[in-house]
Design a protein. Structure first.
Lengths: 356, 356
């Protein structure tokens, strides 16, 4: 059997040669190389992101890992604090080898349960227990590790107002902010306006290569450049990532509503299949965790066989789900799934569950 | 007058479009994208650099700034020390916003004068004065900010032996190590063998875009990956820099002797012109600081006029030299100067000095 040519998740895979060729062809002749962050191309893109997010200024960073610990460190410094608050599944909590603590001597207070959003009540309960005034509250929209859940707009506003009233700066982990547009049904600048600083990603759904932006007040962004240099992130040439991010923004940002709509349609259908549980259902963005009843190995084997028969790559890995007896994968809809009729996807999963 | 098409310094300038097009065309069809540092392409290149430097292992990093503070931090941790030693013009001392101190709580002891190499005697004088056992000694070969000076092989060996005997780890700042091959007239692995860890750059003379490698013992390199993650340097896709570095190594490493030879020829000629002082003379690598007697503005204007008349970009900036009444620029010879007869370069500077 040949490898599938249709993909459920994300965008079509590309090799480095294909990706850089497409990028090179797209790049305008007059685009200038940046030099340690200076140059028309990078600065114009930073200004574009700042405008899109309604902030005074923005700066490109190589990674979200670099940008978020720096943002929280700077907000803490302004409060002479070391305390930051975030969800226990935050990227800082589980993917960064405790950098916030080891490099920046911050102390983290976790808000809410591992398998659900933190609420206004969670924040209100924690605030009186802080041993020093807190510096920064990080809110991730959507909360990726729990399937991309989102609070209601009203709850979000109340959380931010409560945090601000308690003297906390609010930082938005917008790794998947682009994907939240349809749910909140507001311009990105209106969502970002709640926050003192905003991180957005330039790959993931934008299909860039790597890279991030930090947006916020001009003096804050200027100071972050010093920390970027300290972290070793102020590179002599960032244009491959900058331009790939810009190309991705042009191509994919207008299509986010399609991706979200497709994800909802798929999840509606999958939810009717016995043995499938979707978290969250309905998905507010283009992602969800799909929990499948059965053994990992059998499910993976079934997905492979069905995928080959129906020319469809479904999922290539599974992790223990939060439901006993289930395994789960992360569904993220990009342009690839748009080329597969939703009924065919549902039928594929029906067969997987019959075999797996 | 049209802009010059011939360049004294480095390689021919390219736009992002030209650079990425050339890179994409060079990339083999089967080159795989890396994913957070994993993947055949990046790992094979890391192994190639490790072998070239005679070390067990190597790891790609986005920047030398990131890699060197991490290397020194790790060596210090192994000695339960915070003390590092380096030249006062080290990159860590002047270009990194005190990251070694702010992020890693290291304490720096400077060795030698600002305008010359540190010597074995400087090291011997400092060792008894350390308030705690030192962790790491950083040696930059060549010492860039003083024109690319190099110690003799024998002095270098004695310095490293003395440091090791005192319990210091020795780290090589090899930002321009590739350029040292002809001077030491030894394989890179033999130079690197003196050191416990080695940083090399993948852009500069290699004409990559950004990026570096750290080479050393396998356990040390493995641990550095944790710090890379903490710094935000473990990117989801590093292949543009990795492949540009690999392409540059193939193209430029064999040509280093030509670049060094050309630099020596040019400096021999320039040294005969009244009002020009070369540091160091003769240059041991492909670089030197060229000090020109006169006023900055007049010299820049003369360089522009002569450059236009002779179709040659000579220098576009000058800084105050270490000699009163002189201004200086950094000469670095790459492939571009090979296309200009040395006599024409000398003649151009003769005219500049007559006008400037």
């Amino acid at each position: 059997m040949p490898n599938p040519t249709r993909y459920l998740n994300y965008h079509y895979p590309t090799t480095p040669k294909q990706k850089l060729l497409a990028l090179a062809e797209w790049i305008p002749e007059d685009a200038e190389a940046d030099h340690y962050g200076k140059g028309d191309t990078i600065q114009a893109f930073e200004a574009e992101i700042a405008a899109l997010l309604g902030k005074e200024s923005a700066v490109w960073f190589p990674s979200g890992t670099m940008v978020q610990q720096i943002a929280l460190r700077m907000w803490c410094d302004r409060r002479d604090s070391h305390t930051v608050l975030y969800h226990p599944t935050s990227h800082l909590a589980i993917h960064e080898k405790d950098a916030y603590r080891v490099l920046h001597h911050l102390h983290a207070v976790h808000l809410g349960p591992k398998d659900g959003l933190f609420t206004l009540a969670d924040l209100q309960a924690v605030l009186p227990t802080l041993s020093e005034p807190g510096g920064g509250l990080l809110i991730e929209l959507p909360q990726r590790e729990i399937g991309g859940q989102l609070p209601t707009w009203d709850e979000l506003v109340q959380i931010v107002e409560t945090a601000h009233a308690a003297g906390l700066y609010c930082h938005l982990d917008g790794a998947r902010l682009w994907e939240c547009g349809p749910y909140f049904s507001r311009p990105y600048a209106e969502i970002a306006a709640l926050f003192d600083s905003v991180y957005v990603s330039l790959y993931k759904i934008l299909n860039g290569i790597s890279g991030a932006m930090l947006a916020g007040p001009a003096d804050f962004i200027e100071e972050s450049r010093i920390w970027q240099r300290r972290h070793g992130g102020n590179l002599p040439g960032m244009y491959p990532y900058v331009l790939a991010g810009k190309m991705g923004l042009e191509k994919h940002l207008p299509r986010i509503p399609e991706y979200v709509g497709k994800a909802r349609g798929i999840c509606d259908g999958l939810a009717t299949i016995p043995g499938i549980v979707i978290v969250p259902n309905p998905p507010p963005t283009n992602m969800a965790h799909i929990h499948l009843k059965g053994e990992k190995e059998a499910l993976l084997e079934a997905a492979k066989m069905v995928g080959e028969a129906m020319d469809m790559r479904l999922f290539g890995w599974l992790r223990d789900g939060i439901i006993p007896g289930y395994a789960a994968f992360e569904l993220t809809i990009g342009e690839a799934a748009l080329d597969i009729p939703t009924e065919e996807i549902i039928e594929a999963f029906r067969r997987v569950m019959a075999q797996g």
